[in-house]
Design a protein. Structure first.
Lengths: 688, 578
């Protein structure tokens, strides 16, 4: 009987389905257009396409999903009607929004773009109560007065309520009681407590994250409900696992309480795929590089595991939940080239996107884009874009570049096209440099895994500039995120602040706190039908030098903790601080701020099919030649990826075409197909 | 030009130098040791060419825009070019021999060599938590009371630290570990920038890079000139006043600017400003020039990067002995109120040239400093945080609330309440948006905040006048917009007189800090009553405020607009004002 593991990734343009036969390692792929108005429709279309071949839904073992529904509802401000409950006298907290990076590079100093408040002050109710920093009640919750104020909720159309009281992470009782009091007035509204969403010190990030959670929750829950109904109607009754920003999956049931963890669902799946391919091929330090139509995203994998950051930025909003360290670069195939007022050539951040798209799409887009430059340089095949499903108009591309860039700047057409590529590459190189070099990592030790439609077109040049010696292009670069889903594990991050001086806190207390958290985690996972012996807990504590801004996490090994362990944590923290910030302070007091628990269930990894070496010569895959530009025109051989086999070696310049992407190999570079079907591009040692 | 400098190479150089600055900033703030540097990111990085012209500086903190350019006037007096060697690092904090804002800001400057030729300088400027100087209760009367001053001095010689300089700095700081740690962070950032610059020269060649940097500055100058050309010619003036100088409380201090613009030339003449102050509120010209660069960028083309192109185009005039051009030796350590005020004055003057861009005044900067001695530990503690004010309203929208004004916009914010209460013997019992504080107008000025601290131990609060010393001439409105409410400090509900430099508080006492708001735009009687009602619902304006400031009558029970009463009240008000 077949055993099918299914991954479905909804992206901005396409919905990808990837199915793995667990016993043979065989993979089936399917790509359909996404259906933004009703996302489940695209998913069902893909599944119907797959099961139409007489396969049985009963053979499905796992069903994984990455979705943009959480991100879209936030970025497009299409969340639920949300109210906010705060401690009385603290209306300034949410109003003083913490600013993310302004990405445009241009500052309007006179109307500074603060991220919009998702809940207006008029929909905020102040609650008479107060805790102190130890969690002792300073003023009890005045229930009579609270009931009177909560009456405003009645008939307001509220769908979701966020509750964030000061020091609720030390004593959640007031927030918990508020949930009951809210239910008395509006039993149909969802209630999200900050002590559950993010029981962590610092009121602004806790409040802001709880608000985002409450704001997107009803939309996400409705979506999951519809999807599960549709799946059940097709006989798919396995639990639905959804990818989170932290790179682990959770059941849809568990995520209903914490949908804010789904924001980076799709991009996280892509990084997982890169990490998996890295481990498979013996590369434990990987930069994942995903370039699509409007943006590029880079992630960092160290020691085989994606790097995690405690907070990240989605659009204008800072979100404090553990997330894979993803750097978004506002450059993609659709980025528009233009000339600024002083006559300098610029690329992006405006994008033609998929609609109307680059000039060569002949879909109303007039502006020259990166894709138009790729086409003009001969890197893309106008007759084989998406496997030929979609014809590109090369004349429209060259015309747009000639008229709008080359002529005004007095450049040759090809200089202009090449210039667009150099500039967009330079932007991406700088972003990649920020995630590596400026964080103390040397890119020369990394392999770049390139995917997304445009990733393999540009990756080799980026690697050259960053002196990354090797680029790896997986078998299906356009389906990497869906592939990543198939190799994911179940995972949930728990955090709890309990502030103490490290010297003074007893190891036994640390032990007890972790055990209490593990108990909660254990119960949650068992409720999802997981047997206890599959559950693994990983402990860490966040430490900091007193009066410094941010903590660093230190791994806590062992299950029985003793006083000597504390010396080890302190030493690890000093070392970590030196690595991150270039200094250590052994004479300073160290404070323990947060307890972190990562609970995982490792799922069996699928078998990967391998093939034997079949000779170096790629001649059988040669489709022909065309003129392509690499610091001069070359008669460049074009290969068909489908027909390349393990061991084939290709010397640049060369172009490899496949349905979902194009791989560009430059002069001085050589590529080889490995036994998993990846193409590995080796770069010459040093470019002069 | 000997080599070809096409627009593509130029853009590559541009994106490269911008990212060098960013990378230097990352190193600067991540390696910073003290809270001031790490918490508020009170520092900047810059890249200068061999002639000490600024090629690039971070856009995040307008406060520091021209600070690197200013050194060009002074460094050659201390070191000839042939006295600088690879690996040398120069340190200074001298307001009059380096044009540094105040002695707490130290500049570290590193000459960059490629193939033995001086090609550039990398620089960092960062606030130091302590380099000596007076405690809160006294106000410095001259530069020598403000702590250690360092003229341009070699801190590293050919790559090796000058231990004598390091010992001298350490001996003059109350917190030498943090101070030296921060300096090391500044050095690290300069070195990273120097390496990147050398790589860039290696890739494109020194000539191309030199020509490219010059071209980047020329293009910014060109863009600024064309922006100026499209601005109407004329002359306009503006002024503002500080309440006092912390020493002579009866004398307010006026800053005045007269702006003359003809074709693509512009002159900011500050010579009409008052005589320099005895107290530490003076500001050096280098920082005043920043307010002009900031003002022009904000009012014309905010997409322009800052580089020496601005310095080439913008002309300034000062009269020595004034508060904006004090004689060497005058105290400057409390420069923030006048610097922020001057930025608003510059905006006010420029707004008369470009009325559609005119804005009400921002509330400026500000913060809180409370000191005490631990009752159990006996150790002194210092609590310090920056608090937000607001921006003024414009012709299109209400001013942004709860944000630092002008020179620190978007950069500084208060610390977390939950961290403060955990670490300091205090409770923050209130942090509210300050209703009715925004200057009324067709568009309302942004709102300031009220923050209340309940002390649990004996302590002392620093007091530096009322509302950043802007209570006599509050942040103004424009085109009929009204001024903002200004801030104040009160203990247990009783306002602290501005002559008190310090308020002593006992356990249980509550210190209330009100922060300035922003000025309005246009006649408040022209504000859409629906917007006024919205402000009432949001708690930004009270029912009284709606009636008194806007002439809008709102029924207190139904919270709806009484259209008839509103119409007649507004008519009556308009008639009165005629």
């Amino acid at each position: 009987m077949p055993r099918l593991r299914i991954g479905i990734d909804i992206g901005g343009t396409f919905t990808d389905l990837c199915v793995l036969e667990e016993q043979t390692g065989e993979v089936f792929n399917l790509k359909v257009l996404s259906t933004p108005a009703e996302l489940t429709r695209g998913v069902m279309e893909a599944l119907d396409g797959f099961f139409a071949d007489g396969r049985s839904p009963d053979d499905v073992t796992f069903l994984f999903h990455a979705t943009t529904v959480a991100t879209n509802s936030l970025l497009e401000r299409k969340g639920a009607k949300t109210w906010l409950l705060i401690t009385e006298g603290f209306t300034g907290v949410y109003e003083t929004s913490e600013l993310g990076e302004v990405r445009t590079g241009s500052y309007d100093y006179l109307s500074y773009p603060k991220p919009p408040m998702l809940v207006a002050q008029r929909d905020t109710i102040q609650i008479p109560e107060r805790m102190d920093f130890r969690g002792n009640v300073l003023s009890p919750l005045d229930e009579a007065e609270t009931r009177r104020r909560l009456a405003r909720l009645r008939g307001s159309g509220v769908e979701s309520v966020a509750v964030c009281l000061l020091f609720s992470f030390m004593n959640p009782s007031h927030e918990q009681r508020l949930r009951e009091l809210i239910a008395e007035v509006v039993p149909e509204a969802q209630v999200y407590l900050s002590c559950e969403t993010l029981p962590q010190i610092r009121e602004y990030p806790r409040l802001a994250t709880t608000v985002v959670n409450a704001y997107i929750a009803p939309v996400v829950i409705r979506y999951i409900h519809r999807l599960e109904l549709a799946l059940a109607a097709r006989g798919l009754r396995r639990p639905l696992y959804i990818m989170q920003s932290n790179g682990g999956s959770l059941t849809s049931g568990a995520l209903r309480r914490i949908p804010v963890q789904m924001i980076e669902s799709g991009p996280a799946a892509g990084v997982l795929a890169a990490a998996h391919i890295g481990r498979m091929t013996g590369h434990l330090k990987v930069i994942s590089f995903d370039m699509g139509g409007t943006t590029a995203k880079a992630g960092i994998i160290e020691a085989g595991e994606p790097r995690i950051v405690p907070r990240f930025q989605a659009g204008e909003w800072l979100i404090t939940t553990p997330s894979l360290d993803l750097v978004e670069i506002g450059s993609g195939g659709g980025s528009i080239a233009w000339i600024d007022k002083s006559g300098m050539l610029k690329v992006g951040p405006q994008s033609a996107g998929a609609e109307p798209g680059p000039a060569c799409y002949s879909n109303g887009g007039q502006a020259p884009t990166v894709t138009d430059a790729d086409l003009t340089l001969g890197w893309l095949n106008p007759d084989f874009f998406l496997g030929g499903k979609f014809k590109l108009d090369a004349a429209a591309a060259t015309n747009a570049i000639a008229k709008q860039i080359a002529e005004p700047l007095g450049l040759e057409l090809i200089e202009a096209a090449n210039g667009i590529i150099r500039i967009v590459n330079s932007q991406m190189v700088e972003a990649l440099r920020l995630v590596t070099v400026s964080r103390g990592e040397d890119p020369r030790e990394y392999v770049l895994v390139a995917f997304g439609g445009a990733g393999p077109v540009h990756a080799a040049l980026l690697a050259e500039e960053l002196k990354i010696p090797r680029v790896l292009v997986p078998a299906s670069p356009g389906l990497a995120a869906a592939m990543g889903l198939l190799v994911s594990d179940l995972k949930r991050d728990y955090i709890q602040t309990h502030f103490a001086e490290l010297e003074k806190v007893a190891a036994g207390e640390v032990q007890r706190r972790f055990e209490a958290m593990e108990q909660v985690a254990q119960e949650e996972f068992e409720a999802q039908g997981i047997s206890p012996e599959q559950i693994r807990h990983g402990r860490a504590i966040d430490l900091r030098y007193s009066i410094q801004k941010y903590e660093l996490p230190v791994t806590v090994a062992g299950t029985v903790l003793t006083e000597t362990d504390k010396i080890g944590w302190r030493r690890m923290f000093d070392e970590l601080h030196e690595k991150h910030y270039g200094s250590r302070a052994e004479d300073q007091r160290v404070e323990l701020v947060n307890y972190r628990l990562t609970t995982k269930v490792i799922l069996p990894k699928p078998l990967v099919s391998e093939s034997a070496v079949q000779g170096e010569r790629p001649d059988a895959a040669l489709k022909g030649h065309r003129s392509a530009y690499f610091d001069g025109w070359h008669d460049c051989p074009i290969y068909d990826r489908e027909r390349l086999v393990c061991g084939n070696r290709i010397h640049g310049c060369a172009i490899i075409e496949q349905m979902d992407s194009t791989i560009v190999i430059h002069p001085r570079q050589a590529a080889q197909v490995d036994r998993f079907g990846n193409i590995i591009i080796e770069l010459a040692a040093e470019k002069k | 030009m000997m080599t070809k400098l096409d627009p593509i190479v130029l853009e590559l150089i541009h994106s490269k130098v911008s990212s060098i600055i960013e990378e230097m900033r990352v190193v600067l703030f991540h390696s910073g040791y003290s809270t001031v540097l790490r918490e508020s990111e009170d520092g900047s990085a810059g890249l200068l060419d061999a002639q000490l012209r600024t090629v690039a500086v971070s856009k995040k903190l307008p406060l520091h825009f021209g600070s690197f350019s200013a050194i060009g006037e002074h460094l050659p007096r201390y070191y000839r070019t042939d006295e600088l060697e690879e690996g040398d690092i120069i340190l200074f904090n001298h307001p009059y021999a380096g044009n540094v804002t105040h002695p707490s800001d130290t500049v570290v400057l590193m000459p960059v060599f490629a193939h033995g030729t001086l090609v550039a300088f990398t620089g960092t400027l960062a606030h130091k938590a302590d380099l000596g100087g007076p405690q809160a209760s006294t106000a410095a009367r001259d530069l020598w009371e403000e702590g250690l001053v360092i003229p341009p001095t070699k801190y590293y010689v050919r790559g090796a630290v000058n231990r004598e300089v390091e010992r001298l700095v350490a001996a003059n700081s109350r917190i030498p570990v943090e101070t030296l740690g921060d300096l090391r962070g500044q050095v690290g950032a300069c070195r990273v920038g120097a390496e990147r610059m050398q790589e860039l020269c290696g890739r494109f060649g020194v000539e191309i890079i030199t020509a490219g940097c010059a071209e980047l500055m020329a293009r910014v100058a060109g863009q600024l000139r064309s922006a100026l050309k499209s601005m109407p010619d004329g002359a306009h003036e503006a002024d503002g006043a500080l309440d006092h100088d912390v020493i002579s409380f009866d004398r307010s201090l006026r800053v005045h600017v007269s702006v003359t613009k003809k074709g693509s030339d512009i002159l900011f003449d500050f010579s009409g400003s008052d005589q320099q102050a005895r107290g530490p509120v003076n500001v050096v010209p280098g920082l005043i020039k920043n307010t002009c660069y900031f003002g022009l960028m904000a009012m014309t083309d905010a997409s322009l990067p800052f580089n020496h192109g601005f310095v080439d185009v913008v002309k300034t005039r000062f009269r020595e002995g004034t508060i904006v051009c004090p004689r060497p030796g005058a105290p400057v350590s409390y420069y923030v109120p006048l610097a922020y005020l001057t930025a608003d004055v510059v905006l006010k003057a420029l707004g008369q040239f470009i009325p559609e861009r005119a804005v009400g005044s921002s509330g400026g900067g500000g913060g809180v400093r409370i000191v005490g001695t631990g009752s159990k530990s006996g150790k002194p503690w210092v609590f310090m945080e920056l608090l937000d004010t607001a921006l003024g309203a414009s012709s299109k929208q209400d001013g942004v609330s709860l944000i630092h004004g002008t020179l620190g916009v978007g950069q500084f914010r208060p610390g977390p309440i939950e961290i403060h209460e955990t670490e300091f013997p205090m409770r923050i019992v209130r942090f509210d948006v300050r209703a009715d504080s925004g200057g009324p107008g067709k568009f309302r000025g942004g709102l300031g905040c009220t923050r209340e601290y309940q002390l649990l131990e004996d302590a002392a609060v620093r007091v530096r006048g009322k509302g950043e010393m802007r209570s006599k001439v509050p942040p103004w409105g424009v085109f009929g917009g009204k001024p903002a409410r200004t801030g104040s400090i009160a203990v247990n509900g009783v306002e602290v007189p501005e002559t008190a430099r310090e308020a002593v508080v006992k356990p249980g006492d509550i210190v209330r800090v009100n922060m300035n708001a922003g000025g309005g735009y246009g006649d408040p009687l022209d504000r859409d009553p629906e917007l006024v009602l919205g402000d009432v619902l949001d708690g930004y304006v009270t029912l009284h405020g709606a009636r008194d400031d806007y002439g809008v009558v709102i029924d207190s029970n139904s919270l709806t607009i009484d259209t008839k009463a509103t119409r007649s009240l507004r008519e009556q008000r308009r008639a009165q004002s005629l």
